[in-house]
Design a protein around this ligand. Sequence first.
Ligand code: PLP
Length: 424
Amino acid sequence: MDFTIPVEKSVQKDTTKRTFDLEKIRSDFPILERKVNGKQLIYLDNAATTQKPDVVIESIKHYYTFENANIHRGLHFLSELATESYETSRLKIKEFINAMSAAEIVFLRGATEAINLVAHSMCRGNFFDDGDEIIISEMEHHANIVPWQMLCERRNVKLKVVPIDDNGDLIFEEFEKLLNPKTKLVSITHTSNSLGTVNPIKEIIDLAHKNGVPVLVDGAQAVQHGKIDVQELDCDFFVFSGHKLYGPTGTGILYGKADLLNKMPPYQGGGDMIREVTFEKTTFNDIPNKFEAGTPNIAGSIGLGVAVKYLNSFDINDIISHEVNLLNYATKKLLEIDGLKIIGTAKNKSAVISFVVDGVHPYDIGTMLDTQGIAIRTGHHCTQPIMRRYNLPATARISFGIYNTIQEVDYLIEALNKILKMIR
Ligand code: PLP
C-alpha cells in the first residue's frame, strides 16, 4: 500500500501556554516520587537522558492497548489508526522545529543513528572526492566524530577539527581558517554535552554557506533548552534524540532539507523504503520513507510527538529562565567549595556543569552521591577528546531539566560538602 504523508494537514497548534508551576511540573513525572537508597531521588543526569512525563508514558500504553498494528501497510482499521498517529507525530515534530515539510523529518533511533545515516548516505552517494575535507570541532560527542572517521577511511577524505579555548569556547577564527574549497561539510554541535558551551550556530552556518558548504547541526543538547527554527537557522541537517527531550528512548530525528535528502541514496534497504522491487532492480520510495526501512519504533515515535507537545505546552522563555537560574545558582554554590573547579566556562552556556575536585576522583563523587539518592554523571561523557584537551581522565557532571529545583541544588551541595569532608 502506498502511503503519502498528510502534509496539507496541520496539527492543532496550542497557543495557550501553561503557567510554569514547578510543583505541578514535578507531579507530571512519576519517577521523581521514587526513593533511591532510601532517599528522595534527585535526578541531575538530564544530558544523558531525561525523565518522562506521564502523558508520554500513557501514550505508549494507549498505543499498545488500542492501536497496535504495523503502519503504511494494511488497509485494516488498526493499521490506518497506527499510521495516522505515527504521521501526526511527524507533523508535530515538523512544527516543533519549523521544518518546511513533514517529508523533511525522518524518524530514527537517536542523534547517533541520524549522523550515521547522513555519513553513510553521503559516502554511498559520492558526495566526496579524494582529498575533500569535513570540519567538526574539538567539543563533539563521539557520535559526531566516529561516523565521519569511518567515512574518511572509506573515501580518502580528511577530518579537520576546530579547536576550543580554555573556557570551552570554539575558536571562531580557527574555524574561518579551516574553511577552504576542499571543505565539503561542516558537522558541529549546537551545545556541548560536557562543557555546556552553546556555539554561535547561526554565525557558523552563515559563514559555511558563504563558502558554499552545507552544515549538519547536532542538536541533541539544544532542542530541549530553547527554540529551534531550522528555517531561520538555515541548517542543512539538524539531528536530535527524543529521549533527551522527555520522549521515549530509541527515538530520534533527522531533519534534512528536502533537496538534499532527495539527492541522497537510502541508508538501509528493506520494507517500506521501496517503490518497486524486482530481482534486477529496486526503485525507492520518496522521502522520508526512503530512509525508514523496516518497521520503525512506532510507539516510541508517537510518544515523541506527545513529548514535543508537552514541552510546547510551556512558554519556552519560562523554561529558559528557569534553567538559567539553576545554572547560575549551582555554579555560584559549587565554586564556594574548596578545591572545586568547573570545566567549561564559556560565555554562553547551557544547563550543564562539569567539575573536578582536587585530590578526589570523579567516580568517588558520583558513587557517594548515589548513596544519597543523587544521580549525576561521571566519566568522559562520550567526549574523550575534550578530556584530553583538559588533561583529565573524567569529570563529574550535573545537568538540569525542566523539573529540577533550587532546593535540589542545595541538597547536592550539602551532600557534596559532607562527602568531601569524609574523603579528605
Ligand atoms: N550528540 C550529543 C551532543 C549528545 O550529547 C549525545 C548524547 O549524549 C549524542 C549526540 C548521541 O545521542 P544518542 O545517544 O541519543 O544517539
